[in-house]
Write a protein that binds this ligand. Structure first.
Ligand code: HH2
Length: 264
């Protein structure tokens, strides 16, 4: 499980809360304590309509947090589209690079291949500034699956070990609610591509559209979606509410594991 820390002023769910490095570090340590295997640190919001962040600004937001967490023995993933940020975070000891742009920027594949780190390649239609204007697909599942397969093969061709690659359908990134639901149902088919699948639905608009809840009231819907994602074949989750999600998975696993030991 990846716990989310956005060191940004404008992220959709926690923008502005953790811009100050000390607050981002505190939040990350809390998520680590609550059971996050990795803390995903991002310095550039990808919410619909968000503007790109200059390199220096992103480095200044992310690097103090990455360095402090690595020094405390917390496994870190860095959420970035920029090869320079990838390289700096890898040099500082981050374990995973998470790229919503699936390593399409020139130099991105080289950066992660050289660093021998885990990689998360996500599908996005368009760019964050325009992606929700009119998402269109002929067959969303087939198109996302073929894109992720192509990106995974490009990473392998560039020297990234197949075992280090995770794929992610990118819920909410250039997708309507119908597209998101179709991809959710298709998680087993995506898992069949042969790479672990990550699902990131936490507090997203799709949860809001289904429940009618504002951001601060989407934890329950997000936990339900996370649990179903795991049951549908997702191997990793990217979540804000780590403690609640860990509890839900524990309850499900205990019930599953009791199945065969129970006296009739
Ligand atoms: N979603 C967000 C950001 N990064 N990375 C992956 N692999 N998968 C996702 O679904 C994903 C992601 C958006 O959520 P958040 O970080 O909470 O907001 P923002 O982009 O506004 O910082």
């Amino acid at each position: 499980m990846l716990g989310i820390v956005n060191a940004t002023p404008n992220s959709f769910s926690d923008g502005g809360k953790f811009l100050e490095p000390s607050r981002a570090i505190e939040r990350a340590l809390q998520l680590h304590e609550e059971g996050a295997h990795l803390v995903d640190v991002g310095g550039e919001s990808t919410r619909p309509g968000a503007a790109p962040v200059p390199l220096d600004e992103e480095l200044a937001r992310v690097m103090p947090v990455v360095e402090a967490l690595v020094a405390r023995g917390v496994a870190v993933s860095v959420d970035t589209m920029k090869p320079e940020v990838m390289r700096a975070a890898i040099d500082a000891g981050c374990a995973v690079v998470n790229d919503v742009n699936a390593f399409r920027a020139p130099g991105a594949i080289e950066a992660v291949a050289r660093g021998k780190v885990g990689v998360i390649a996500m599908h996005m239609q368009g760019t964050p500034s325009t992606m929700q204007q009119s998402p269109r697909y002929d067959d969303v599942v087939a198109e996302v699956a073929s894109y992720l397969h192509e990106r995974a093969k490009a990473l392998e061709a560039g020297g990234v070990a197949a075992d280090d690659i995770v794929i992610d359908p990118g819920f909410g990134f250039g997708k309507t609610l119908e597209h998101n639901l179709a991809l959710f149902r298709a998680l087993p088919a995506l898992a069949a591509l042969g790479y672990p699948v990550l699902a990131g639905v936490s507090r997203k608009r799709m949860v809001g559209e289904i429940t009618g809840r504002p951001l601060e009231e989407r934890a329950a819907g997000s936990v339900a979606a996370a649990l179903l994602a795991v049951q549908n074949g997702a191997r990793l989750l990217r979540v804000h509410d780590v403690k609640e999600t860990v509890d839900a998975i524990r309850v499900w696993r205990a019930i599953e594991n009791s199945e065969n030991t129970h006296e009739p």
